[in-house]
Design a protein around this ligand. Sequence first.
Ligand code: EPZ
Length: 429
Amino acid sequence: MDKIKITGGIPLKGKIEIGGAKNSALPLMAASLLMEGSVTLSNLPHLSDIATMANLLVHHGVCLNINACSDYKPGHDGRVITFSAKNIKDLTAPYEIVRKMRASALVLGPLLARFGTARVSLPGGCAIGTRPIDLHLSALEKMGAEITLDTGYVQASAKGGLKGAVIEFPKVTVGGTENLLMAATLAKGTTVMKNAAMEPEISDLANCLVKMGAKIEGIGTRTLTIEGVKNLHSVNYAVIPDRIEAGTYAMAAAITGGDVELLGAKREIMGATIDVLRQSGVEITETKNGIRVKRTGGLSSVNVETEAYPGFATDMQAQLVALMCVAKGTSHIAENIFENRFMHIPELMRMGADIKINGHTAVVKGVDHLSGASLMATDLRASVSLVIAALAARGSSIINRVYHLDRGYERLEEKLRGCGAIIERVNKE
Ligand code: EPZ
């Protein structure tokens, strides 16, 4: 199995291209199921999660044209794929695919809205928590869907089609908002979603749906109003840059005392990440082509809690914990979104970090330095936090289970090596 070897201690210097957002691309791909026309997506990242969603769509009967044409010239090699869901032959999302990636549940809303029936495996728990989809299901029920659970599958049907409804989510859910947004575009009448997620990936999906002919108001706010339409039409759409990939490389530049320009990164969609980095003593400036991240002085501790956007993202928590391991003072980092998202902490402690977990808060006391070690993590962001720590550690580290990184970071070693890091993929046992 592949491993990544990193020899730490080198300040990162140079430029890193930021790819298209994984968490935008996944719902945008699912949106192709809404119509017979085709969705051509450009700036798609080359990641294993994207391949998993593509496999699921192919299973349903979607035809893919890889390297289709697009006018989009982002300055890097994001892929262009056309998804044509004209001949859907299977309305079941099977366990074998859904268990690999929870975002597979995003096919439920579009399939149900277009065909009046769908069967989707329940995703089950995962490394960061129980992660149910009950809020997706109860909202679809409000729109008239009949939902039963049988042998691990959600069987949903809406014989006369979905109907507009007023839905107030008791808790902000990114996937729930996306599923309902897609379903509501083809429902009869008007749907109002209150306490909707307002992550930039939601706005990206909504903007694409509008380009497909959907009628959506309130994009970028907590209340989305969708007036159902009969049909949607073909679209050509570019995925937004990945704010979590950009934030991750910003943390990597910061921990090494580096100076890196993140090409294509957009400050305005990065939420609280920029403020937190600045608070910790990192210089962030906007450039013509993205964002420059530079650290010359020491790092200061911060107190942060994860929240729905525009608050500090749970997907940046592990990386921030790694950064704070070598900051001056004690940081308190609370995880409010997922109940089990501290799996990186025991590994960071093996590198010499001083961290205590107090309920859902990590209390991180900065140490002089971290030391290289053999490391392993159980999810994508936890794995990359170990990469960040290893880049600053004294000596060499081996990161095991690289497949987690390949789900969300395209050409990670190449991008870091381009800034001077000593990092290589090794595939011996
Ligand atoms: C999305 O997951 C992202 N995934 C996650 O990114 C991200 O961490 C998360 O949003 C929060 O920002 C994608 O976009 C593909 P939620 P999602 O529904 O949609 C609870 C990464 O590393 N909940 O907003 O699954 C849930 O358990 C990944 O790239 C319910 O209780 O997240 C969690 O505690 C990991 N019932 C909270 O709400 C529901 O029906 C937020 O989950 C739905 C969610």
